[in-house]
Ligand binder design. Sequence first.
Ligand code: CUA
Length: 294
Amino acid sequence: MTLSFVIMIIVLVIVFSIAFYVLAKFRAKKGDKTIPKQVEGNHKLEIIWTVIPIVLLAIIAVPTVGYTFKHDQNISNDPDAVKVQVVAHQFWWEFNYPELGIYSSQDLYMPVNKKISIELTTADVNHSFWIPGIGGKKDTTAGQTNYMHLEPLEVGVFKGKCAELCGPSHALMDFKAIVVTQEDFDAWAADMLEGAPQLDAMASADAQAGAEVFKNNCITCHAVDPGTRSIVAPHLNGFADRELLAGYLEINEENIQQWIKDPQSLKPAATMPGFGHLTEDEINQLTQYLLELK
Ligand code: CUA
């Protein structure tokens, strides 16, 4: 960037200096009606203004090409890198940390100033993993594993997107990248491994009853146990601590209930079936239970 900028500034200054010089020196004098000498073509000049840009572009290309390939390195064997397996699904994201034994989804936690090695696969069609505020994007290609790496430089919450048209809810296939200090990352990891609170630690009888509703209706697709990967649908360990529901909705009772009853109304073509056949009581209990998953 700096090199390109310096070269462009030099070119800009020279070109504008010549332009202003010519404007001043050769402008028509008052009352002078003569036609200047008409010149067409000048081999020497044409060669000069073709060769100079070629040379400048070649100079810029050297570091550009070098850095482009350097940034595309696969660092999955680097022992210092945090390894994350990203699995894209229509229309949600699975984030697993094989070395830490953590399975999660939708919120991607990363420690600041660390190299993060990202392994990209898809469970269905092609998607593209992109956190514009942190780094470039890379496709998750059906039938193949792609690698990229990120190095988040500041603490914060960043928006993540799917950047490849993947179906009716492609535009809603959002996630959050949460960059925290190493200390907070370790605390998060310990919390994730601990899993959901015990039933008797839950705030209400409704939440406790909701655990039963969850077991009877949801657990075939949604894992909640920290040691189990959730392949069909988002892992719900830590759900109530997440930034958003379904990638784009505020986590509140109303949205959770609407989602349980009719997910298609919020995310067209989502694979989750509606659970409108549950009673209002059951839906409320389930909601209270989900809000306890911290
Ligand atoms: Cu997944 Cu677009």
